[in-house]
Ligand binder design. Structure first.
Ligand code: SAM
Length: 209
């Protein structure tokens, strides 16, 4: 297995490359996928205890409630479970590149959520969904692919980004950069959150672009 410190540095490098020059993502994808496949059986014991608090804090500010919500880079599914609990009427999809992460997510899905959550293997840079398929697209500790997330979001939908350890999270994008990238695509209503050890960011896609 890749030593944790090297894995963290690699995740930071891949994030900066994919955000700054999305065409480079193809070079990083196989390695990152292999890294997360290897981490999958241990992921829930590695995650910091309050890792989802920033995500849940931003979720509490999402209004109106979405009827279709997407958790990108879902890993073992914790974000997807939080979405389904927060929005009891919503259909939730969790997407990840790493099949072993998804195996854990499927196995961990609580019985009462099974009818509303599905997990699917896909790359967030080229999603197998129609334009405007979701009213909420959420990321917990996940590299954002701005054009693609804007495409699958419905007009007026919300994009959410959370980082469990704020600026020291291996996969991290600063609020300034999130604001810049999203503003370029017409997003508004930016909100920043600090909760537990982390940070989160929320933005609204315009009604029309
Ligand atoms: C740091 S983990 C976060 C997992 C989970 N969201 C959490 O907070 O516990 C990042 C996850 O994103 C997935 N991932 C990275 N790049 C991806 C991409 N382009 N498309 C889909 N999943 C991706 C990885 O396989 C990994 O499971």
């Amino acid at each position: 297995m890749i030593p944790v410190s090297i894995g963290r540095r690699f995740a930071r490098l891949a994030t900066n490359a994919a955000v700054g020059r999305p065409r480079l993502w193809g070079l990083f994808r196989p390695l990152l996928r292999r890294q997360f496949d290897a981490l999958a059986p241990h992921w829930d014991s590695i995650r910091i205890e309050d890792s989802l608090v920033p995500y849940e804090t931003a979720l509490a500010a999402v209004d109106p409630a979405p009827s279709r919500a997407l958790d990108l880079g879902t890993g073992t599914g914790v974000g997807a479970f939080a979405l389904a609990r927060r929005f009891p009427q919503a259909e939730v999809v969790g997407v990840d590149l790493a099949e072993r992460m998804l195996e854990e997510a499927r196995r961990n899905t609580p019985e009462d959520l099974r009818a509303r959550i599905r997990f699917r293997r896909a790359d967030a840079s080229a999603l197998p969904f129609e334009d405007g398929s979701f009213e909420l697209v959420a990321h917990a500790n996940m590299i954002p692919f701005f054009d693609e997330l804007a495409r699958v979001l419905a007009p007026g939908g919300r994009a959410l980004f959370a980082f469990s350890s704020g600026a020291t999270t291996p996969i991290y994008v600063s609020p300034e950069r999130l604001r810049r990238e999203l503003a370029r695509r017409g997003f508004t209503d930016f909100a920043e959150f600090g909760a537990a050890r982390g940070t989160a960011f929320l933005a609204r896609k315009p009604d029309r672009i």
